[in-house]
Design a protein around this ligand. Sequence first.
Ligand code: C2E
Ligand code: CA
Ligand code: CA
Ligand code: CA
Length: 274
Amino acid sequence: AKRAGRGVVRLFDEAMDEGIRFRKRIEGGLAQAIDKRELSLAFQPIVERDELEIAGFEALLRWNTAEYGPISPAVFIPIAEESNLIHELGDWVLEHALEQVKGWPGQYVSINFSPRQFRRHNFVGHVVECAQRAGVEPGRVQIEITETAIFDDAERAAETLYKLRQMGFRIALDDFGTGYSSLYNIRKFALDALKIDRSFIDGMGRERESAAIVHSIIHLARALGLGVVAEGVETAAQVQALRMAGASHLQGYYLSRPVTPDVARRLADARFIG
Ligand code: C2E
Ligand code: CA
Ligand code: CA
Ligand code: CA
């Protein structure tokens, strides 16, 4: 039994080494990704629920490596987040997203910021300066942050959000419902919209619980005067259900996949989906 135990430990160590090696490879690759021009942005429309008019586009980072092909941000963002690379990547995203929004007739660009970016010293000053340098009105920039970013140090986060909103930036709380926020805390934060996580939208048609959660988030948002973006909308039935439930905006493959900057620009000019 002892030997078997040791064997398991050895296998476990090897698996861990493998995990660490993988992370190190990702980190090493990411450190060079900008110089090697391996990064790009995809843009996914966020549309108003009735006429499907495009209100804005979410910028989504893409990394296409020569060695392994495309790697999902769900894989590399958490690794970047654990090193200082997230700041460099985040600045690249911000700069390139701001460049694109200038080519659109009026839509906003919605940019994801990780908790570490958000908590960075003088985050507000940094974003303001980047927008100014790019010549973009703050009202055309939506800042997406997750609950994790704001609930660790709620007081400081509230102040940061307040300042950003005062400068005219839009604020959306991403993946809403998946974190450990209490609904009670939401009112303390200067927000424009809640984004309902796609796991709830996905479950809506199947489970009463998901449908109930979606409905209560929408009620809460409306009571607080916030917009609601339903994420991960994949079917016509979901569009129908979300309209009835009162979501203000929809985002998902059913409306449009994330697209290249060129296609985004054409969609922006057309103004409506469909
Ligand atoms: P997220 O912010 O929740 O972004 C939405 C994700 O859902 C995107 O995945 C998008 O492509 C995907 N999606 C959109 N509509 C649908 C749908 O109808 N069905 C399904 N199944 N998926 C849909 P993506 O692009 O792989 O990004 C994954 C996550 O990586 C993002 O989740 C976000 O947390 C992070 N991420 C992406 N770009 C950035 C970035 O520039 N900065 C930071 N900090 N994080 C980013
Ligand atoms: Ca997001
Ligand atoms: Ca999300
Ligand atoms: Ca997510």
